[in-house]
Write a protein that binds this ligand. Structure first.
Ligand code: MG
Length: 327
């Protein structure tokens, strides 16, 4: 019998006891229709709050959460839905213009899973950039998903500053990406069942230090600098947004740099979930950034790196946009 306990302490990764090997079948509970929703985390008069955004995106109704849970953003809501629990009561709506949005999951419980070189045209531009330590002759398109992670502390909100790492790197790049939000967790999830484990989606900018990514022969450090994971503006449930077929765009100072559809992913979302969950149990609220399309700064000759004063806007149809100034 599986004992899956999502009532863990803040910051602690839930454990499944060894005598209760995770099973997709026993973890999986169908979501109710009631999850057609956008969940935002925000400061309301300076107080961390989590709420349900109205359909017209003008107001938000706070959930009655404890201060501790409110600090975890949308995570307690996704966890409650995954358990099949009732959600906390909603309170009086407030105007979205009167709140300051933070990242919907301001401090993910563990690293954000990310996928490298997952759009054909981007795989080619990156392999030919001279900065791809994973490239081999003729091997610019990967045969299996390339997975790396970003530390939770790299996350900032949808309009927060991206801080240039002065004296550390000047080769700073943007990467517009759709991020998958896991709902019901599991291990050994098959691709055919994978979308049942997707609670919804959000937007991330997988900001990257290209020289660190190349020089250190791994991608973790150059992807995890402070402020290098802008996220938001909220989580959108899978019935609101079909992440398997939506448009991803990135603008730098108003110039369209990236413009693609998620149907162009080399490894689609079900394949990514099957790959990740083969040996790693996935938990509610886990985030998978699905990769970036062609048009990153390193793809230009000469490269168009980010610099202080730039503004990076990432849009995904069905979710919204994030817009982060660089300083
Ligand atoms: Mg990326």
């Amino acid at each position: 019998m599986l004992t899956f306990n999502a009532d863990f302490e803040d910051g602690e990764i839930p454990r499944v006891s060894p005598d209760s090997a995770p099973s997709t079948r026993t973890l999986l509970q169908p979501f109710s229709k009631a999850i057609d929703m956008k969940i935002a985390a925000f400061l309301l008069q300076g107080i961390p709050t989590v709420g349900l955004v109205s359909t017209d995106e003008t107001t938000v109704q706070p959930y009655a959460l404890s201060p501790e849970d409110a600090l975890r953003g949308a995570l307690p809501i996704v966890e409650a839905l995954a358990r099949g629990d009732a959600l906390p009561p909603l309170q009086a709506a407030v105007q979205l213009t009167n709140v300051q949005l933070t990242a919907p999951i301001p401090r993910p419980r563990r690293n954000i899973f990310c996928v490298g070189k997952n759009y054909f045209a981007h795989a080619k531009e990156f392999a030919s950039s001279g900065f791809d330590s994973s490239a081999v002759a003729g091997g610019d398109v990967p045969s299996v998903p390339i997975i790396f992670t970003k530390v939770p502390e790299s996350v900032v909100g949808p309009s927060d500053f991206i801080e240039m790492p002065v004296d550390v790197s000047e080769a700073i790049d943007y990467e517009a990406e759709l991020a998958v939000v896991i709902g019901v967790g599991g291990k050994g999830i098959k691709a055919a069942d994978a979308l049942k484990h997707v609670w919804g989606y959000t937007i991330v900018n997988d900001v990257t230090s290209r020289d660190w990514q190349n020089r250190h022969l791994q991608w973790h450090m150059g992807k995890s600098f402070d402020t290098f994971c802008p996220m938001g503006p909220w989580l959108v449930s899978a019935d609101e947004c079909d992440g398997t077929d939506t448009a991803v765009r990135c603008f730098v100072n108003g110039e369209l740099r990236q413009d693609a559809r998620t149907t162009d992913l080399i490894f689609d979302i079900p394949t990514l979930i099957e790959t990740l969950s083969a040996g790693i149990t996935l938990y509610p609220g886990d985030l998978i950034a699905t990769g970036t399309p062609v048009g990153v700064g390193i793809g230009f000759k000469p490269p168009k790196y980010l610099k202080a004063g730039d503004v990076v806007r990432v849009e995904i149809d069905g979710i919204g946009h994030i817009e982060n100034p660089v300083r």
